[in-house]
Design a protein around this ligand. Structure first.
Ligand SMILES: *[C@@H]1O[C@H](CO)[C@@H](O)[C@H](O)[C@H]1NC(C)=O
Length: 248
């Protein structure tokens, strides 16, 4: 958790008349080891010398996508992880540059999405592979979605999950989510797994969103919000020098 998330909690709680916390979701089950080789465990180094974690996902040999609220002093990307205690075959690569969305609004968590450039190229293998970004947003909700991550998998736990967890989610067209460039899923307590910055993966195995935050509107079920990956996301990563939304 970032110090400013507490602020976010307060402000969004006021705005939405409910409780909010950034992308920590619960439940789900252990993923088959290395079945999601694009998953990145992002070690964040904080100003005070501490360490925290977000998730991210590999887009190319040297670009990772995550949430903008995962910003830290510096980072190490861990690739090829399933069980965080097992360092076998893990690639640790430091992050050289960060490109938060240029219109990221940290009080409202709008455009909560960021690209990280790694300091060296990842070696692709059976356990380290990129994921493609969705290339359509025709207004319909993608189906058969899931999220994964090493986030806390139990409300009573202070610690991250040691193993990658995953859960299926169903996107809904909740009025509280309209006009905010997010996808939303609703859940009873316990639905969902993952940590901020992980991918929302749908029907065709492409990434459609980034796990951003959760809020609890008064009298309703929790709503999980995923930043929509911008339509020009592909251009941003694969195109020639991009002057689009991330100012790379
Ligand atoms: C964030 O959004 C709020 C509400 O739209 C706005 O009042 C505020 O100025 C924005 N902050 C920034 C840094 O753009």
């Amino acid at each position: 958790m970032f110090f400013h998330c507490e602020l976010v909690v307060l402000i969004l709680a006021l705005t939405l008349n409910g409780q909010v916390h950034t992308g920590q979701i619960y439940g789900g089950h252990e993923a088959k080891a290395h079945s999601r080789p694009y998953m990145v465990l992002l070690e964040q180094h904080t100003e005070d010398g501490g360490k925290k974690h977000c998730d991210g996902f590999l887009l190319t040999e040297d670009f990772v996508m995550t949430a903008a609220h995962c910003q830290a002093k510096s980072y190490t990307a861990l690739l090829g992880v399933h069980n965080v205690r097992d360092s076998n075959g893990i690639q640790r690569i430091s992050v050289k540059d960060t490109f938060p969305h240029k219109d990221y609004n940290e009080t409202e968590l709008i455009n909560d999405i960021m690209i990280l450039k790694l300091s060296s190229k990842a070696h692709f293998s059976n356990t380290v592979r990129p994921i493609a970004l969705a290339d359509r947003d025709d207004g319909s909700l993608p189906k058969l979605c899931s999220v994964s991550g090493w986030g806390r998998n139990d409300r009573n736990s202070k610690y991250m999950s040691l193993k990658l967890m995953e859960v299926s989610v169903t996107l809904t067209d909740n009025e509280l989510c309209r006009g905010k460039k997010i996808y939303c899923s609703e859940g009873e307590a316990g639905l969902g797994v993952g940590d901020s910055g992980g991918p929302l993966v749908c029907e065709d195995g492409k990434a459609y969103g980034v796990v951003s935050y959760t809020f609890n509107p008064a009298g309703g079920p929790s709503i999980y919000a995923y930043t929509k990956i911008p339509e020009d996301g592909n251009q941003l990563v694969y195109g020639t020098p991009c002057v689009c939304i991330f100012n790379i």
